[in-house]
Design a protein around this ligand. Structure first.
Ligand SMILES: [Zn+2]
Length: 247
């Protein structure tokens, strides 16, 4: 073998080794990225991640005991995995916020059906809202009404119960604005009498702002399940107080 062809063969071998190394590195990189994506999707929050402390009571479904307020934030990436649109009438049929967590959607349908049978015409206003939606809403409201007025009613992104899929704003066909005047309607009086049965509470009652962090919102219903709702409504307490009593 001439020294020239020997050199050629050495060069060929080197080239082959280089190619092998490139293939190997590419495979390693692909494997690493698959692993990384895996960990990312696992670390996404789920409803159970948001569960409050376990509750002593029997029959209380702790997955509905999620506490979200100004101090307890929801992860930016969190969204309920079981969102559905309930079959109820909405104030604005083109609303993009009709979704609710599945169990909540079923109960809100039952509540609306009972209301209709008693000539109360409820209207859904806003159910699930994503973090991004709340962020835009909050920003726009500050531009419109200023920071003080906005913070009185509106949740900062990540502190809104609407992101959990367990809350819905409700008005009626007779009263279509989200303000305290809703409390003087037949619809609101009817809601107070009937929501416990379907597992809902008025999440921000009058005079409880120091505890909930929000001004009175007669239109904001929150699903907690029948047992908890019955006790909370009977005692006239807030979710914060209920969770505190049942630590
Ligand atoms: Zn609300």
């Amino acid at each position: 073998m001439s020294s020239l062809s020997a050199r050629k063969q050495v060069r060929k071998k080197k080239k082959k080794m280089k190619r092998k190394a490139v293939v190997l590195i590419t495979v390693i990189l692909i494997l690493l990225s698959i692993l990384l994506i895996g960990t990312l999707s696992v670390s996404k929050a789920t409803v159970s991640d948001l569960e409050a402390k376990p509750i002593k009571h029997e029959n209380v479904d702790s997955k509905y005991m999620v506490l979200v307020n100004r101090k307890n934030k929801v992860d930016e990436k969190f969204y309920p995995k079981d969102l559905v649109i309930p079959n109820i009438k909405f104030l604005r049929s083109n609303s993009s916020n009709k979704y609710l967590s599945k169990d909540v959607a079923v109960q809100i349908e039952n509540l609306f059906n009972k209301a209709t049978s008693e000539n109360i015409n409820l209207r859904g206003v806003s159910g699930y809202r994503s973090y991004k939606y709340q962020k835009n809403l909050y920003r726009n409201n500050i531009r419109k009404s200023g920071e003080i007025q906005t913070n009185k009613y509106m949740a900062q992104p990540g502190t809104s119960e609407h992101q959990t899929g367990l809350a819905i704003d409700i008005l009626s066909s007779e009263y279509a604005s989200l303000d305290e005047g809703f409390e003087n309607t037949n619809a609101y009086r009817w809601l107070l009498e009937n929501i416990s049965e379907y597992g809902f509470i008025i999440r921000y009652p009058k005079g409880k702002q120091d505890i909930t962090g929000y001004a009175y919102e007669p239109w904001h219903l929150r699903y907690v399940g029948k047992t908890a709702a019955t006790e909370i409504n009977k005692k006239g307490i807030t979710l914060e107080e209920y969770l505190n009593e049942n630590k």
